[in-house]
Design a protein around this ligand. Sequence first.
Ligand code: MLT
Length: 302
Amino acid sequence: VVSDPLPEATLAELRPHCELRLVDGRDRADLLASVADAVALIVRSGTQVDHEVLAQAPALKIVARAGVGLDNVDVTYARSAGVTVVNAPDSNTVSVAEFTVGLVIASLRHICAAAQHVSEGEWRRSAFMGGELAGRTLGILGLGRVGRQVARRLTAFEMHVIAYDPHVSAAEAAEVGAELVTFDTLLTTSDVLTIHLPKSPATTGLLGESELARVKPSLCLVNTARGGIVDENALAAALKDGRIACAALDVFAEEPPRASPLLHLPNVLATPHLGAGTDSAQLRAGRSAVHSVLRVLETAGV
Ligand code: MLT
């Protein structure tokens, strides 16, 4: 069962080996019916592979996430039921890092608002005075795969890059041009703060009211990781009160973000979870998921 969109080339790799069932993972009834006799389930982020789905699929051998985040899969329950869970950890690192750089530049130079302005027939250049990246301090929260690629790219723009990550040494940070700092220093000295953490109980709400109260009022916050790591109500309040200058958000606590207080704020640049949205990343993720599925099914003799 494939329950989120995958490139046709990926599906073509699977077809000779199995009976392929394509479903819309957001349609619960269809998903539950489809997994009843499935041996493998391939998802992206649109399908919630929770306890109910897994309990409904007694023949399931593997859940393959064609992407990185596993926050939509109940990994603990799956493993306890003997189901292998895999992701494609390297598939979209570069795409997400490049998209993050795009959001930083677009935010500091008001590119999206200015383009909208011109498309409406306006030409007020003074309304879009921006700031240079060079000389500003970029704070990276989470110096894993994506965080490191963001560091490499934005040091090339002459940003001063600092990072907080308790799992990384100062020497490892220095390799990508970043200076390791405390969480408090990251909050209080960043001009741009970009989040690159997985979503977990430990990271949910990590940036809440008290953390956001410590940042510079000129801060631009960027999130291409997961919604919910930043408390959306606290961020919306800070953006409205001018305690944070702007935010560029590719991810939301609920997607699509129908009721998010962040939508429609003039200082928010919002995109629809596009970080991994490149042909290269999707092909890599799809291929990795397919190979994992074929390997696990072969080992299981299915
Ligand atoms: C990921 O975790 O791989 C990215 O957020 C992209 C996605 O969810 O599809």
